[in-house]
Design a binder for this molecule. Structure first.
Ligand SMILES: Nc1ncnc2c1ncn2[C@@H]1O[C@H](COP(=O)(O)OP(=O)(O)OP(=O)(O)O)[C@@H](O)[C@H]1O
Ligand SMILES: [Mg+2]
Length: 251
């Protein structure tokens, strides 16, 4: 592997454009996320938040612009792309655990199959991670035997087992019953406190206020505003952001 530029942003998008047919989904997106930074992305449905996340690990291709991971252009395909993907943990709204595997195996399969770790080492580390997210006692069960909040915490542990340099969260709590939301957010708050670089798509404003270094507001495929959370939530500059904040505050 080539040497890493440690001064470069962990994730950087430059003039990224993406369309699905006639729909222009990402319009001149510029975003740089530094080591340890937590960026919360909010915006109306259809504004391009998920597409933005998916382009960062190339689950979606882009039409033009550049995406750099630690200063290096995102590889197009092949083993190099797989290596970069392994460095970016991704947690979705749906938990995407392997249904027929134990919780423990869900967490060890990446490390043993992709990182080449021994089963014993992978299991030791997996148990530590499951402990960290508070579900170590569920290790022998299969996903269907866990609550949604527990499954989502397993999904986070599974991502962390790959030693990612950044984590992308796309509405990780929006499919959860209210009483399970905080147990997942608490894990994310702790992760942020430990210095993980994170991009988090969420409408959980308490989370954004507590941990975001920066809030990015997207609408119609554009970044319309970005700023510190208190500044954005108290004094949104655009009418669009004001309307959106009113709508999620239930006015
Ligand atoms: N695979 C696809 N093919 C065609 N259109 C798509 C595809 N994925 C997303 N889109 C469209 O791109 C736009 C942006 O979608 P995206 O899912 O990124 O929005 P979002 O901000 O994540 O919305 P939500 O808050 O509802 O999750 C929408 O108009 C959507 O219909
Ligand atoms: Mg989405």
């Amino acid at each position: 592997m080539t040497t890493q530029d440690t001064t470069a942003p962990v994730i950087e998008l430059r003039h990224v454009e993406k369309s699905f047919g006639d729909i222009h989904v990402l319009k001149d997106i510029n975003l740089a996320v530094k080591t340890g930074e937590v960026v919360v992305v909010i915006g109306p449905s259809g504004s391009g938040k998920s597409t933005l996340c998916r382009t960062i690990n190339r689950l979606e291709s882009i039409d033009s612009g550049e995406i750099l991971i630690s200063g290096k252009p995102l590889p197009e395909e092949g083993a190099e792309l797989a290596a970069v993907r392994a460095e970016l943990g991704m947690v979705f709204q749906s938990f995407n655990l392997f249904a027929h595997m134990s919780i423990l195996r869900n967490v060890t399969i990446g490390p043993t199959e992709v990182l080449g770790m021994s089963r014993a080492d992978a299991e030791r580390e997996a148990m530590e991670l499951l402990e960290r997210v508070g579900v170590a006692d569920q290790a022998e069960k299969v996903p269907a035997q866990l609550s949604g909040g527990q499954q989502q915490r397993v999904a986070i542990a599974r991502s962390l087992a790959m030693h990612p340099k950044a984590m992308l969260f796309d509405e990780p709590t929006s499919a959860l019953d209210p009483e399970m939301i905080n147990e997942v957010l608490d894990v994310m708050v702790r992760l942020a406190g430990q210095g993980m670089t994170m991009i988090v798509v969420t409408h959980e404003m308490s989370f954004a206020r507590r941990v975001a270094d920066r809030v990015v507001f997207m609408a119609d495929g554009q970044i319309l505003e970005e700023g510190a959370p208190e500044e954005f939530f108290e004094n949104p500059k655009t009418e669009r952001a004001r309307e959106f904040l009113d709508s999620i505050r239930g006015h």
